[in-house]
Design a protein around this ligand. Structure first.
Ligand SMILES: Nc1nc2c(c(=O)[nH]1)N[C@H]1C(S)=C(S)[C@@H](COP(=O)(O)O)O[C@H]1N2
Ligand SMILES: [Mo]
Length: 417
């Protein structure tokens, strides 16, 4: 049993109340469809972001779903096509959990100059949770799906109305088998409607757009969703969110090139391999960090010290190092990690103890992952035409995706005498 006061603030209990009342700790960008970010960087300083404070990103409206009626079909290159109830998915297969710091690829879009299209997310479209569910691998194996390398699993959301594009993402089979879940629980509690109840795909380490909510179909195929069949099936388009949205398109390009398949899945690598892929897909997350304290005035301890803390996360490659600058980026100091390492997709907390002097200081943090990739300093101008991270600059792109530049995330701190 959950304690009573807790149940009283369950967002699922008051579906018609305004979003910010149901999700205290979120700042609403649009009420309908539901888009809201974590209200402040301070909210992100822990290992887990409570369900009620975890950002929400939705293209259509959140559907009202009766879990007893809901089913997920498995189709395509499968020996035994099947339709499974939520109860079957929960109880007939193994259960796994993963801690994942999920970031919307639009997080940090607000720091693009000139503005990029879309909701102006600043720092709060990211959140950490322990997600529990059924490994997709187990469902595929039980029904004798083809799982060879090079195949794709296209996963579809069930919320689109007849005249809306289906939210569908194609995930490479290797990643699916590795660690993808059909998740039904978030931080040990049932998922709320806005986070994907009753079932969502969870793709650890990858940008949030891959973690399809309200899943009703999984289709094993040789390609990503692309081509006539998927562009117009039943009068609806399945390709928009794979082939058009969530592509990193610089100002000099028009439409992104649509591919049937790609072999490079690291978003960072795709941005560099411009003769292979144009334009990069938002797959795994880019390394990033955020100072969570202090954020305004700081009072040093009696020995003149100020503790700087923050969080860092990455994609499929773990965070390896975090540096902190207290002089606007002139010099850098290694921070130390604190607390447990909850896996390569989890948030890492860091700390740096600063011998502070009175006055105004520009604090920055920058993280490096185990591939040796470091956050760039700034976002480029559109007319530089960058396609990948180059000379410490993140490429400006039309939809403002993937911004992991550290300068815009800095904090100005005033230290008292
Ligand atoms: N069916 C469906 N799944 C979806 C979306 C959506 O609009 N429809 N939005 C995606 C995007 S862009 C993100 S960032 C994450 C956000 O998950 P959350 O709302 O639980 O934070 O869900 C993804 N899954
Ligand atoms: Mo997103």
């Amino acid at each position: 049993m959950q304690p009573k006061d807790h149940r009283e603030r369950d967002p699922a209990d008051r579906p018609d109340a305004p979003l910010d009342e149901r999700y205290p700790g979120l700042k609403v960008l649009t009420e309908s469809p539901e888009n809201a970010q974590t209200a402040s960087r301070e909210h992100l300083e822990n290992y887990l972001t409570p369900r009620e404070e975890h950002y929400i990103r939705t293209h259509h409206r959140t559907p009202k779903i009766d879990a007893e009626e809901w089913a997920v079909s498995l189709t395509g290159m499968v020996e035994n096509e099947v339709e499974l109830s939520v109860a079957e998915i929960k109880h007939d297969y193994p259960t796994e959990s993963v801690v994942h710091m999920m970031e919307c690829s639009g997080n940090g879009r607000a720091y693009f100059d000139p503005d990029a299209e879309g909701d102006q997310w600043t720092v709060g479209a990211v959140g950490s949770a322990v997600w529990t569910g059924t490994p997709v691998r187990a469902v595929l194996e039980a029904h004798e799906a083809a799982t060879d390398d090079g195949l794709w699993l296209s996963v579809m959301g069930g919320e689109a109305k007849e005249d809306e594009d289906v939210f569908c993402r194609s995930i490479p089979m290797g990643k699916v088998l590795d660690d993808c879940l059909l998740a039904y629980e978030m931080n040990g509690e049932p998922m709320t409607p806005e986070h994907g109840y009753p079932l969502r795909l969870l793709v650890p380490g990858w940008f949030g757009n891959n973690s399809v909510k309200w899943v009703d179909r999984m289709h094993v195929m040789e390609t990503m969703v692309s081509g006539d069949e998927w562009e117009s099936k039943g009068g609806r388009d399945y390709t928009e969110y794979q082939q058009s949205s969530y592509r990193i398109v610089p100002a000099q390009d028009d439409e992104p090139e649509r591919y049937e398949s790609v072999e490079t899945f690291s978003t960072y690598e795709q941005m560099r391999k411009t003769d292979e892929i144009r334009n990069a897909y938002c797959f795994d997350q880019l390394v990033k960090s955020l100072i969570t304290s202090p954020t305004g005035d700081a009072t040093p301890s009696t020995d003149g010290r100020v503790e700087i803390t923050g969080v860092a996360w990455s994609g499929d490659d773990a965070v390896e190092r975090v540096e902190v600058s207290v002089d606007g980026g002139e010099t850098w100091n290694d921070a130390e990690f604190v607390g447990p390492d909850l896996g390569r997709h989890a948030v890492r907390k860091f700390r740096y103890v600063w011998d502070a002097t009175a006055g105004e200081h520009a604090l920055l943090s920058r993280a490096t992952n185990e591939e040796g990739r470091t956050q760039p300093a700034t976002v480029s101008d559109p007319d530089e035409g960058l396609r990948g991270i180059t000379d410490g600059k993140y490429p400006w792109n039309e939809k403002g995706y993937g911004n992991n530049a550290y300068r815009p995330l800095g904090v100005s701190v005033s230290v008292e005498e």
